[in-house]
Design a protein around this ligand. Structure first.
Ligand SMILES: [Fe+2]
Length: 206
């Protein structure tokens, strides 16, 4: 059995969560395929990072499921805000900034998904304490959220969005390194860079 199948089974057998998570992502897909693709991609990237960090199989499954759910709260934001090509106004930003809290509330509606609630809520926290919604600092942020934050940022930077320019993988990795220790957990940035087949030194000189 390959590692990916083993993780899927761990998720299905230990947690029984896979079909609920798949159903929630499918609900997102019907309304907002771009966010659903982001959830799929971040699920895969976060799983690979958790594997690279040599975490336990059950932990890898938990990181994967939480990554697939992390932006579920975006279903509470009007599509005209999510798709807006120009700059967002203050009221629109405040709607965007509520999605981790709303996501946690949605997840908490499923008793089996309770263990993901704090992870979803904290995926926009920063290790320097300047993130949202709670301004948690360093290890106060669930480590699963810190893993997901790296995968989330990398994917967001490497796909074309109406409000930001697309970056190459090397540029996105260099940006992760720029924000290592402020926005992101350094250990997870280093592991992600290595997992993507780059060396930190070559990105610094790029
Ligand atoms: Fe998010």
């Amino acid at each position: 059995m390959d590692k990916a199948t083993e993780i899927w089974l761990a998720s299905a057998l230990v947690d029984g969560d896979t079909s609920i998570v798949d159903g929630l992502v499918q609900m997102v897909r019907v309304r907002d395929p771009i966010t659903a693709s982001h959830l799929d991609a971040v699920g895969l990237l976060a799983r690979r990072l958790a594997m690279a960090l040599d975490l336990e199989t059950v932990t890898i499954a938990r990181v994967t499921a939480a990554a697939r759910l992390h932006d579920i709260g975006k279903t509470t934001i009007p599509m005209r805000v999510l798709d807006k090509p120009g700059a967002l106004d203050e009221a629109e930003w405040s709607q965007i900034r509520r999605h981790p809290d709303h996501g946690a509330t949605i997840v908490a509606g499923f008793p089996q998904l309770e263990k993901y609630r704090a992870i979803v809520r904290s995926h926009h926290e920063r290790v320097d304490g300047r993130g949202y919604p709670d301004g948690l600092l360093g290890s106060e942020i669930p480590y699963e959220s810190r893993i997901i934050a790296v995968a989330d940022a990398f994917h967001a930077m490497t796909v074309s969005r109406p409000y930001s320019r697309v970056r190459t993988p090397a540029m996105a990795l260099a940006e992760l390194m720029n924000c290592s220790g402020t926005q992101f957990e350094p250990e997870y940035v280093d592991a992600f860079v290595k997992m993507m087949g780059y060396r930190s030194r070559s990105l610094r000189s790029a």
